[in-house]
Every structure is written in structure tokens, then in C-alpha cells.
Design a protein around this ligand. Structure first.
Ligand code: ZN
Length: 561
């Protein structure tokens, strides 16, 4: 998960220096624009520093406490708004004009603090019919924090991430079903008893109304790939069809789906204790030419009751030229990890894929920001998918699971994302549809999951409430991930074993532009052709249909050393 909202403020005492034209492409053409752009960089930094403080990671930064940052943010932001207004509207270079547009757009997402994914709202407000769309959404996110961080299981409390992980690892069928049913209070908070005016159903109606005015994440993703939204649906269905063809016809219970596909997680789980997550992650990226520690990346990976209920990555400060030298972006990763395991490690490597994406940006301040959501999520999986390749496992874990088990574990999780993407796409199209019936239809048909329309078991992802439509960035994003992995392997060579040229080469060819280049052009130039689902479908074809009796508590294949 990347955090798509930037916060912002000004921090450096060097703001008044506006080096113009010292590094091609990294500076504004006009002196007036350069001055505004460096003010923008300060506001943008203050915004993300305040978010870092409000996340609980820091109490002060660069010698300033929260109050000082807030004050700086307020005054500089007001000044920035005034100065942006004052810039001439003609006579500027094309680059400066685009930079001004980018700054205006990105500024709209600045929040000036507030804990991301952990709003001040209360879950108890979700059933209220008198609150507006934004408040309803915030209340639903609060449900994920309040309830999702406190699921009752076997007399204790576990969080949502741990519960999902336990669904992969718990071999006792009764216990597994109990973990699954630990989600019931969350499902009820989000979707009541699935009545037509349940909290989620009112929220998705609001989201669809908003999307009809401003477009949805699905429209954005379609634009980023260069296809229309109807084709997005076709591609998602193609992906699901390929999975179905590779998976046999045996129906599984929803609490068994992750377990059945997750044998690799179980084979390797003992080699990935909680405390090994970061050393493995750092070593892999060092082998890819990216030293995360040297980059100053900040980590906040432990669980806390009031913490954001999902893993995400965000800027702390934005890279920029200072006195003729590039001062790097500093990123932070937040996650609520109670346990280790391959599923969690894969997610940590994904988050650090976001880190290397944003630290690789070398551009003028207006463009030192996230690329599109679709590109960001897809790129983060380029290194992360490696964790499910036996060659990677051998090198970084000292043990490997058989290829078929590894691939099935990886792509079963990807397929759930594709299923959620299709679910949201259809909910946006028909917001009055019954979400439980729709989810049952999609998962029954393509994932061969036994119908349980009485349970809102789709409601386990925070994004469904916080950023309706966002799941497409994972589901459709997998197509871009497969394209990038295939192209890098072709041009640079296989990299699941590490390749010290990887980070530098990708920085140069793909990542340095930040928010400047649209994803469609970026991918077209990178691949030398438009994006297509072929590379992804080839990955799914690597899977051989599972044997029909492969459910439940069968003995696992032993680890090869
Ligand atoms: Zn992500």
C-alpha cells in the first residue's frame, strides 16, 4: 500500500536559495517558478513530516516539534497558495507550466497532519444514516482499526493481518474456521446484516455518485493502461479464467481457500521468524543495489492498538537539489506485524518496493511525488513476487518450497485481489447490487469457493472502505508487474537472486520521473509496446492443476534444502 495522500510543510533553512538551471531537468526554467517550487518542496515536506509525527513514529523531526511544524506548514502553505496565484499564466516554458499544474493538483491532497488510515472517527457512527459520505467512510475505516486490530480468538486478541496469516498456516480445520469467523464482528460493523441500507451499501452508493462526477480509481487505472473501463473488466475476467483453468473443479470452503493454496507459507514459515523479516528484506535490496539503511528509511513495524490497520509507505522528506547536490528522499514504512512468515515477508518486501520507487525519483520538486496508484502498486510487486520463487527462497531463507506450491501461494493472493477488483468495478456500476451475492458469484465461479452469501467475508481489506475502487491497482496492477518482471529479466537478466545493477538501471529507465510521466507513456517507452495481459497469463500457465484431493490436512511435501 502506498499512501496516496501527500501531506506537507517546509523545513529547510536553504529555501531562499533557488538554484536555477544548475542541473538539467531538475530545476525550473523561470526564476519565479523556481522560487515557488522550492516553497512547494518545503510545504510538501512539512505535510509528510506532520503525518510521520501523527503516526506515532516520531515526536519531533530536524529539531522541531509538532507545534513548530504545524506553524511552519500553516504559514508556508498560505504563502504558497498566494504565490502560485501570482505566477504569470503565459510566457512560461512547457515544463514550468506542467510543474505548476502538478503542484496545484498535488497540494489538494495535503492534509497537514492527522494519522493516516486511522481517522478520528468512531466505528459506532457507521450505522448512522444522518452522516455524509466522507464521515461514513471515515467511520468504516475506524471499524478496521477498532475491531480489526482486536479480533477475539481463542481467548486472546489478534489483529487482522495476523488472522489472515493464520488462515494460511493453521492446519487444524476447526481452528481455521474459528480464525475465519473471528472476523464476523468486523463484517457486521462494515456491512450490517447486508440490508439494502447497510453502512457499506450506503458508502458505495456515495462512492459511485462521487465517481460519476470525478471519475473513479478504475477509470484512472484504465487511462493509465491505455484501455477503456469495459476492457478493464474483460482483462480481469481473463485473469480469473486463467486461474480457474489451472485449478481444477473441487470446491473449497472460504476458510480453506488460503490454507489450501498456502502450503509454501507453511513449508517455509519456521524459517522466517518475526525478527528475521528486516534482515532478509535489507539483504535482498542490498543485493539489488539499494541500501535501505543507508537511504535513511524509517521503520515502524510493531503493532499498536491505535495504529493504522494496514502496511503502508510514505515520504518523510522529498528529494531535491541543495547547493548543487542531490539530497535524497527519506521514506518511512508503517506496518502492524505481530508475526513472521512468508506472507508477511512478501508484504514487507512490497512496501520496500515503494521505498525504492520514491527514493529513485530525480526530478524538479513539482514532480518528486508518487507516480500513479496503478504504477506504484504494480512496481512494488516487481521485487516482492521474487519471494515466491524457489531460487529466491534458497538464497534468502536457506530453504525452498517446491515451485508449484510457491506459485500457487503467490497467485492465490493475487487472484483474491483480482476478485476484489472485479467486485468493486461491478459495485461501482450497480451500487444497489447485493455485495454478498456478487462476491459469492465471483468467488464461486472463478476461485471455486463454496457459497456463503450469509457472510460479508469480502470485508477484510481496509481499502474497500478507505479508498473505494483502489483494489484495481493491485488486481490490474498484476498485469503491469508481470510485464515489468518479464522485461527486466529479458534486458538485464534474472534478478530474484539479486543483481547490483537492478536499482540503478530501473532508476534510470523507469523510476526517476516521479509524478511527471503518465503511466501509459512510461510503460509504452519501457516495454517498446503497449501493456498487454500476456505476461501475466503466462505466469498463471506455469501452474499445473492441483490434484483433486488437495484440500485440508494432507501431509505436506517436505522442504528441499
Ligand atoms: Zn502497496
Amino acid at each position: 500500500m502506498k499512501k496516496p495522500l501527500s501531506l506537507g510543510l517546509a523545513c529547510s533553512l536553504l529555501l531562499s536559495l533557488h538554484p536555477v538551471g544548475t542541473a538539467a531537468g531538475l530545476m525550473a526554467d523561470s526564476k519565479a517558478v523556481a522560487a515557488v517550487e522550492y516553497l512547494y518542496a518545503d510545504v510538501s515536506d512539512a505535510n509528510t513530516i506532520l503525518a510521520a509525527i501523527d503516526s506515532g513514529l516520531l515526536s519531533s523531526y530536524q529539531g522541531r516539534d509538532r507545534a513548530a511544524w504545524e506553524q511552519l506548514y500553516g504559514t508556508r502553505r498560505a504563502k504558497l497558495a498566494r504565490e502560485l496565484e501570482r505566477l504569470p499564466s503565459s510566457g512560461l516554458s512547457g515544463g514550468d507550466t506542467r510543474a505548476i499544474a502538478a503542484m496545484r493538483k498535488q497540494m489538494q491532497a495535503f492534509t497537514g497532519g492527522g494519522a493516516l488510515f486511522s481517522p478520528a472517527a468512531k466505528c459506532q457512527d457507521a450505522p448512522r444514516k444522518d452522516i455524509a459520505y466522507a464521515q461514513l467512510k471515515a467511520a468504516l475505516v475506524a471499524c478496521f482499526v477498532e475491531i480489526g486490530n482486536n479480533l477475539s480468538f481463542e481467548g486472546g486478541k489478534i489483529n487482522r493481518v495476523s488472522a489472515l496469516d493464520l488462515l494460511h498456516e493453521t492446519s487444524d480445520a476447526g481452528r481455521r474456521k474459528a480464525v475465519f469467523l473471528a472476523f464476523v464482528p468486523l463484517w457486521q460493523a462494515v456491512n450490517g446484516n447486508n440490508e439494502p441500507d447497510s453502512p457499506y451499501r450506503r458508502m458505495i452508493a456515495g462512492a459511485a455518485a462521487e465517481a460519476s462526477k470525478n471519475g473513479s480509481e478504475i477509470d484512472n487505472a484504465a487511462r493509465d493502461v491505455g484501455i477503456n473501463p469495459v476492457e478493464v473488466e474483460r482483462w480481469l475476467v481473463q485473469m480469473l479464467d486463467a486461474w480457474r483453468a489451472s485449478s481444477g473443479n473441487v470446491m473449497v470452503e472460504p476458510w480453506d481457500f488460503r490454507f489450501q493454496a498456502g502450503e509454501a507459507d507453511r513449508v517455509l514459515g519456521t524459517y522466517i521468524p518475526r525478527e528475521s523479516l528486516q534482515p532478509i528484506n535489507h539483504r535482498y535490496y542490498r543485493d539489488l543495489g539499494a541500501d535501505l539503511e543507508q537511504m535513511g528509511t524509517l521503520y515502524d513495524l510493531g503493532p499498536r492498538p491505535d495504529k493504522a490497520a494496514l502496511a503502508y509507505t510514505e515520504f518523510v522528506t522529498h528529494g531535491r537539489m541543495v547547493n548543487g547536490a542531490w539530497r535524497s528522499t527519506v521514506a518511512r514504512v508503517s506496518a502492524p506485524y505481530e508475526r513472521g512468515g512468508l506472507f508477511v515477508l512478501n508484504e514487507l518486501v512490497h512496501e520496500n518496493g515503494h521505498v525504492v520507487n520514491i527514493t529513485a525519483i530525480r526530478n524538479r520538486p513539482a514532480f518528486v511525488d508518487w507516480p500513479s496508484d496503478l504504477f506504484a502498486e504494480a512496481f512494488a510487486d516487481v521485487p516482492a513476487w521474487g519471494t515466491y520463487e524457489p531460487v529466491w527462497q534458497r538464497r534468502y531463507l536457506g530453504h525452498e518450497a517446491p515451485e508449484q506450491l510457491s506459485l500457487r501461494a503467490l497467485y492465490s493472493v493475487v487472484m483474491l485481489d483480482v476478485a476484489w477488483s472485479l467486485f468493486e468495478l461491478r459495485m461501482f456500476r450497480t451500487p444497489t447490487a447485493d455485495p454478498n451475492a456478487l462476491w459469492t458469484e465471483i468467488t464461486g465461479r472463478y476461485l471455486r469457493i463454496v457459497p456463503h452469501a450469509e457472510l460479508s467475508w469480502w470485508a477484510v481489506r481496509v481499502q474497500l472502505a478507505d479508498l473505494p475502487g483502489y483494489m484495481v491497482n493491485y488486481g490490474l496492477g498484476a498485469i503491469l508487474t508481470a510485464e515489468m518482471r518479464q522485461h527486466i529479466s529479458k534486458v538485464l537478466g534474472a534478478f530474484d537472486n539479486g543483481d547490483p545493477r537492478w536499482y540503478g538501471w530501473l532508476s534510470q529507465h523507469l523510476l526517476r520521473y516521479g509524478s511527471e510521466r503518465d503511466t501509459r507513456t512510461l510503460m509504452q517507452d519501457f516495454l517498446g509496446r503497449p501493456v498487454s495481459p500476456q505476461a501475466f497469463l503466462e505466469q498463471i500457465r506455469r501452474l499445473k492443476p492441483a490434484s483433486p484431493q488437495a484440500t485440508g490436512d494432507q501431509p505436506t511435501e517436505s522442504t528441499r534444502h
